[in-house]
Ligand binder design. Structure first.
Ligand code: 0GZ
Length: 311
C-alpha cells in the first residue's frame, strides 16, 4: 500500500497515521466477506475536511482502502461517513461510485437534506445514516431533528447507525428504542472493558439488544476499547484479550445481528496504530466457529447492505 499523505490541512497534534505494510492475516476470512466499518479521509485537497470537524486526519483515500480490502481478503466494504467530513458526503459518494458495486455507505445528513439529495445518496449506494453521540467528535444535534431524519430515511429502507459511550446508554435509551428502523450500534456501545463483563453496565447493553430485535451491533474496535492489550503489532496472535469476552458474548447471543469491520484508518487512536492483518486474526477469538464467522462476515452484512443479493 502507498503511504498516507497530508494535503493542505495540518493534522491534529499527535495524530497517528494508519499502518503501512499490514501483515497477511493468518485467519482466512470466508469468501464474500464484508469489512462493514471503515472510512475514507479526503484526500483533503480534493474533498476538504468540514469546518466544524473536531480533528484533522492524514488522508486515507478510496484507492488505499480498496488495496487494504484486497490485501486482507475481503470482497466488499461498508464505508461510514467520518465526522471530520461533517454532513458533506462527497468523499464517501466518490468512493462508493468508484467501487464497482463493492462498497455501500452510511452517510451523515442534516434535517435540511432534500428528498432529491437522499435519492442521489441511495443511487450511490448509501443505505443508512449515522447519529453520533460521542461528545469529543460532534456537537449535539437535537433529538427531534434526528427522529425526523430517521422517519424520512425509514421510507428508503435505510437504517440508523448510532455511536455512543456505555455510560450514556441510560439517558439515550428512550430515543434509541423509539427509532423506527433497524439500529446498528458502533463498537458495542464502547464498553469500559475494565468493568466486569457480567456487571450492570454491559448487562444494560445486552438487555438493549435482547429486548429490541431491530438492534444490531458491530463487534469492532478492540484496538480502541482495550486497556490491557497486548497490541496488534509484531505478529501478536492474541491481541486485546480484555475485549474478547465482551465481543464473544455478543456474537454468541446475537449471531444474526452482528457485524465486523476494521475501522481503518482508525481515527483518533492515541496509543498505537494496529497492524490491520493482525486485527483480522482477532476475529476467530470472538467468533470461534465457521458458522459464526460466516454470519458475522458474510450473511449479516449482505442481508443489511446488499439484500437484493443475499441468500
Ligand atoms: O472513536 C473515534 O474517534 C471514532 C471516530 C469516528 C469518526 O470520526 O467518524 O468514527 C469511529 O468509528 C470512531
Amino acid at each position: 500500500m502507498s503511504k498516507p499523505t497530508t494535503g493542505p490541512f495540518e493534522k491534529t497534534a499527535g495524530w497517528l497515521d494508519w499502518y503501512t505494510g499490514p501483515s497477511k492475516p493468518k485467519f482466512q476470512v470466508p469468501a464474500g466477506s464484508v469489512d462493514a466499518h471503515c472510512h475514507v479521509f479526503g484526500p483533503g485537497a480534493e474533498f476538504p475536511y468540514a469546518p466544524e470537524r473536531k480533528y484533522t486526519p492524514c488522508d486515507a483515500s478510496k484507492a488505499q482502502l480498496f488495496a487494504l480490502r484486497d490485501h486482507l481478503g475481503f470482497a466488499r466494504n461498508v464505508i461510514v461517513q467520518a465526522t471530520c467530513h461533517g454532513a458533506d458526503n462527497r468523499a464517501l459518494v466518490d468512493a462508493l461510485q468508484s467501487s464497482n458495486g463493492k462498497a455501500r455507505g452510511v452517510a451523515t445528513v442534516k434535517r435540511s437534506v432534500t428528498d432529491d439529495e437522499l435519492q442521489a445518496l441511495h443511487a450511490a449506494g448509501v443505505r443508512g445514516v449515522r447519529f453520533n453521540f460521542v461528545k469529543r467528535l460532534v456537537d449535539f444535534t437535537p433529538k427531534d431533528e434526528l427522529m425526523e431524519i430517521a422517519g424520512r430515511i425509514a421510507k428508503l429502507g435505510w437504517h440508523v447507525v448510532i455511536y455512543f459511550e456505555a455510560v450514556d446508554l441510560p439517558e439515550l435509551w428512550d430515543f434509541f428504542t423509539a427509532l423506527p428502523t433497524t439500529v446498528v450500534v458502533d463498537h458495542m456501545g464502547r464498553p469500559d472493558v475494565t468493568k466486569p463483563v457480567d456487571g450492570p453496565e454491559f448487562a444494560l447493553f445486552e438487555k438493549f439488544m435482547r429486548e429490541h430485535s431491530n438492534v444490531w451491533s458491530k463487534v469492532s474496535c478492540p484496538e480502541r476499547l482495550s486497556v490491557a492489550g497486548p497490541k496488534a503489532l509484531d505478529g501478536e496472535q492474541n491481541a486485546y484479550t480484555d475485549v474478547v469476552p465482551f465481543a464473544r458474548r455478543i456474537v454468541e447471543q446475537f449471531p444474526d445481528r452482528v457485524l465486523w469491520g476494521t475501522d481503518w484508518p482508525h481515527p483518533n487512536l492515541k496509543d498505537h496504530m494496529p497492524d490491520d492483518g493482525l486485527l483480522v486474526d482477532f476475529i476467530p477469538h470472538i467468533a470461534p466457529t465457521a458458522e459464526l464467522q460466516q454470519k458475522l462476515l458474510v450473511d449479516n452484512p449482505m442481508r443489511l447492505y446488499w439484500p437484493e443479493e443475499a441468500k
